[in-house]
Design a protein around this ligand. Structure first.
Ligand code: BV8
Ligand code: ZN
Length: 241
């Protein structure tokens, strides 16, 4: 319990707090994590599907994967971990929420100005004219095409080998450079450049706190590790703030 109190004290003292979340914060909403046991989809490794090459080779299979995730996320609800972060925003001087997740559960929990480093499942983009539209609540065809130019649509996520949206990445790096405390929640910290934000925060002399079920490559480097479920720890932290 004193670790929790220690973390809450450090957060309350920090003039600026940034939070970096990964798939672990959505686990209690029933969304399989990328690399955990639930990380397999129909026996396929998501890593082999979340690439431009996979989409070029078999767009129907990749769309099946993303439509399955869209349905799953649409039926899911934000959990107490997502909701606790919205309470942080009102109790802290300045909070920037950066997520690697593509499920928009932070926004559905009420978080605003979320920096989505890897895009999201609902913004759909045309491979021809690059028009993007929000497909929330829409059922997409197995191979959706653009109404404007007829070309194939793609999920508005950042695939492996693709660059992150420059404006979002810029905003995330700037926020982490200026933060006094970075809270890293539910990420295996293996995907770059997102995971590099931890070193950026440390380089700027910030305190880094990690919340995760198990040790990760950054666990030995951070100032404090709160081991456990994000959906349990974050609400306790919010009550202490
Ligand atoms: C880039 C969107 C280059 C899609 C995602 C070779 C070629 C090209 C690039 C590379 C390469 N080798 C390495 C790279 C870089 C690559 C990379 O980092 N690869 C890794 C795997 C080695 N990165 C990229 O390709 C990036 N782009 O580098 O571009 C470039 C540069 C210049 C010019 C041109 C190109 C793009 C990366 C973005 C990929 N897209 N998502 C989709 O979702 O389908 S990333 C994907 O992984 C998800 O977004 C996910 O969020 C992200 C990270 O995973 P985590 O969120 O951490 O989830 P994970 O399952 O791993 O872990 C869950 C954690 O939660 C665990 O620690 C677990 O213990 C914990 N947990 C579980 N339950 C709970 C919990 N914690 C708390 N409570 C719980 N209840
Ligand atoms: Zn188009």
């Amino acid at each position: 319990m004193n670790e929790l109190k220690n973390a809450a004290r450090l957060m309350a003292q920090a003039s600026q707090v940034a939070v970096l979340t990964g798939a672990g914060i959505s686990a209690e909403s029933g969304i399989p994590t990328f690399r955990g046991l639930g990380g397999l989809w129909n026996g396929r490794d998501p890593m082999s599907l979340a690439t431009p090459q996979a989409f070029a080779a078999n767009p129907e299979l990749v769309w099946e994967f993303y439509n399955w995730r869209r349905e799953l996320v649409t039926r899911a609800e934000p959990n107490p971990g997502h909701r606790a972060l919205t309470k942080f925003a009102s109790n802290l001087t300045s909070l920037t929420l950066v997520t690697q997740n593509v499920d928009r559960l932070h926004q559905r929990a009420g978080s605003r100005d979320v920096l989505e480093l890897h895009g999201n499942l609902f913004d759909v983009r045309c491979t021809g004219c690059a028009q993007t539209f929000d497909s929330v609540g829409k059922t997409l065809a197995p191979l959706p095409h653009c109404e404007a130019c007829g070309q194939l649509l793609r999920p508005g996520v950042v695939w492996f080998g693709e660059t992150l949206p420059p404006d979002v990445w810029e905003a995330a790096e700037t926020a982490v450079r200026h933060t006094r405390l970075l809270l890293v929640v539910g990420t295996s910290a293996v995907v770059y450049p997102a995971a590099g934000l931890v070193a950026t925060a440390q380089g700027a002399g910030s305190t880094v706190i990690e919340i995760n079920l198990e040790p990760t490559p950054i666990s030995d480097e951070v100032d404090l590790v709160l081991q456990g479920k994000a959906a349990e720890i974050l609400p306790l932290l919010a009550d202490l703030l």
